[in-house]
Design a protein around this ligand. Structure first.
Ligand code: GDP
Length: 220
């Protein structure tokens, strides 16, 4: 059974104060509007409509929480960039998404979905800037890989890899090809995300981050 296959919608969070207060580990998905984020989540879940919950009125600008089979969470962040003024994006990021990405203790890693034909846009980089100081891992899905030839796919993968390598700690930044249409890259993505959620178990005692509190612990 794959990690995402029994995922169910949990709740929509519009304010930091409404984030789940338990200490469950979670993974967040971000990307420009139309990058293929919902399709990627649906492909991981093996379902056609799971992530469309996040696209229903009243939910598109908020954090949408889903529960995975083993009780952990994944969080679908609002898509950015599409027909939105820079000030609107800035205020959204400063109010909710930025503080979430930079301070959420439970966040084990961030997946950023980028259309393979337009990877690493300015907005992607600005979003990633909120998250990088946490030192937690980032995984890029180069979505809609089917839109390019094999050769072009490899070329883009290589150049994004090279760019990420300039950011420092190689273990923290990874990238892969993904196509929801062809269902390619699903197993690879799942292995990375399962690794993140399981990290606590794999981490030796003395390497564990300090315990910031058990159930009920609040965000700093
Ligand atoms: P979101 O706004 O990031 O959630 O993007 P969606 O998942 O809604 O996808 C946006 C558009 O891209 C839709 O028309 C999808 O059908 C299309 N799309 C998404 N993933 C793929 C893919 O892997 N291949 C192709 N060819 N089209 C895709």
């Amino acid at each position: 059974m794959s990690l995402f296959q029994q995922a169910v919608f949990l709740t929509t969070v519009a304010h930091l104060r409404d984030l789940p207060q338990d200490s469950v580990r979670e993974i967040a998905f971000a990307g420009r509007s139309n990058a293929g984020k919902s399709s990627a989540i649906n492909s991981l879940a093996g379902r056609t409509r799971l992530a469309y919950v996040s696209k229903t009125p009243g939910r598109t600008q908020h954090l949408n929480y889903f529960t995975l089979a083993d009780g952990k969470y994944f969080v679908d962040l609002p898509g950015y960039g599409y027909a939105k003024a820079p000030e609107a994006i800035r205020s959204q990021w400063e109010g909710l998404i930025g503080p979430y990405l930079s301070k959420r203790e439970q966040l084990a890693g961030l997946v950023v979905i980028m259309d393979i034909r337009r990877p690493l846009t300015d907005l992607d980089l600005r979003l990633i800037d909120w998250f990088r100081p946490t030192g937690r891992p980032l995984h890029v899905l180069l979505s809609k890989a089917d839109k390019l030839s094999r050769q072009e796919q490899t070329k883009t993968l290589r150049s994004v890899k090279a760019e990420l390598a300039t950011w420092g700690d190689a273990a923290s930044y990874s990238v892969q090809l993904f196509s929801s249409l062809k269902k390619t890259g699903v197993d690879e993505a799942e292995a990375v995300l399962a690794g993140w959620l399981d990290m606590e178990k794999k981490m030796p005692e003395n390497k564990r981050p300090p315990d910031k509190g058990g159930p009920g612990a609040k965000m700093p």
